[in-house]
Design a protein around this ligand. Structure first.
Ligand SMILES: Nc1ncnc2c1ncn2[C@@H]1O[C@H](COP(=O)(O)OP(=O)(O)OP(=O)(O)O)[C@@H](O)[C@H]1O
Length: 230
């Protein structure tokens, strides 16, 4: 198995005025291609900070972050956003879809930014919307969809550039249990097709659905559990 993510002795301190918070402490974590890892733990334990660093939205204060063959911990802001666009798909708790655009247009956005041809965009968007069972809703606007459907569109948008790493932050947090279950099934299905997923959740039921579970407490990894491979 190829290593996709490697964190070594990684630390993150947030500074706000006079107050410093040591949000991540000496994190060591290796994630192989094709894994489904959940990150859980109580409020304030550092889950979102860890996901932001993995997603190159933020930089570590010290330590090492290797993403594929890139030394991702030492990039400047511009380099980080380039690598992020190429390697990472991000799904947010609040979907973050653009209300005045259709489902198709929302999913097409990352490819338009990349300058792909309209023919290539149409093929890729339709492929990803089919993968999340939302191809019949291409011309709908986000406010015409249920929360679960919006989250599936957000997953399609995150996957449309074929990223190597899919990061999902509390994907079921704004959903009722029925829609939450559907989104989780979708993520499990995508992982079965080979997508590497790291998911933050405070919901124990969903964290247990990941093949590998990492639990944080006060900025440190305290427990790891991996499903036995049959
Ligand atoms: N931008 C910031 N500035 C200052 N402190 C921050 C910032 N972001 C997070 N923190 C602090 O870092 C610690 C970890 O926060 P983080 O958001 O990563 O936790 P979390 O586990 O995701 O919490 P929750 O489950 O409540 O979302 C907390 O003590 C938080 O107050």
């Amino acid at each position: 198995m190829k290593t996709l993510v490697e964190l070594r002795d990684l630390n993150k301190t947030h500074t706000k005025g006079q107050i410093q918070t040591h949000a991540l402490k000496n994190i060591n974590l290796k994630i192989n291609e094709g894994e489904f890892v959940s990150i859980s733990g109580p409020s304030g334990c550092g889950k979102s900070t860890l996901l932001s660093i993995l997603g190159l939205l933020d930089a570590p204060t010290s330590g090492h972050y290797q993403l594929a063959n890139i030394d991702a911990g030492s990039l400047n802001v511009d380099q980080r956003s380039k690598v992020r666009n190429q390697y990472v798909g991000y799904v947010f708790q609040s979907f973050n879809l653009i209300d005045h655009l259709t489902v198709f247009e929302n999913v097409a956005l990352p490819l338009e930014h990349r300058g792909d041809s309209s023919k290539a965009i149409k093929a890729e968007v339709e492929k990803q919307l089919t993968a999340v069972n939302m191809h019949n809703y291409m011309h709908h606007k986000p406010n015409q969809l249920s929360g679960g459907q919006q989250q599936r569109v957000a997953i399609a948008r995150a996957l449309v550039g074929e990223p190597q790493l899919l990061l999902v932050d509390e994907p079921t947090g704004n959903l009722d249990s029925h829609n939450g279950d559907l989104v989780m099934q979708e993520l499990i299905e995508l992982n079965n097709q080979g997508v590497t997923i790291v998911m933050v959740t405070h919901d124990e039921r969903y964290s247990r659905m990941a093949k590998r579970q990492v639990r944080l407490f006060d900025g440190e990894i305290i427990v790891e559990h991996q499903e036995a491979v049959a």
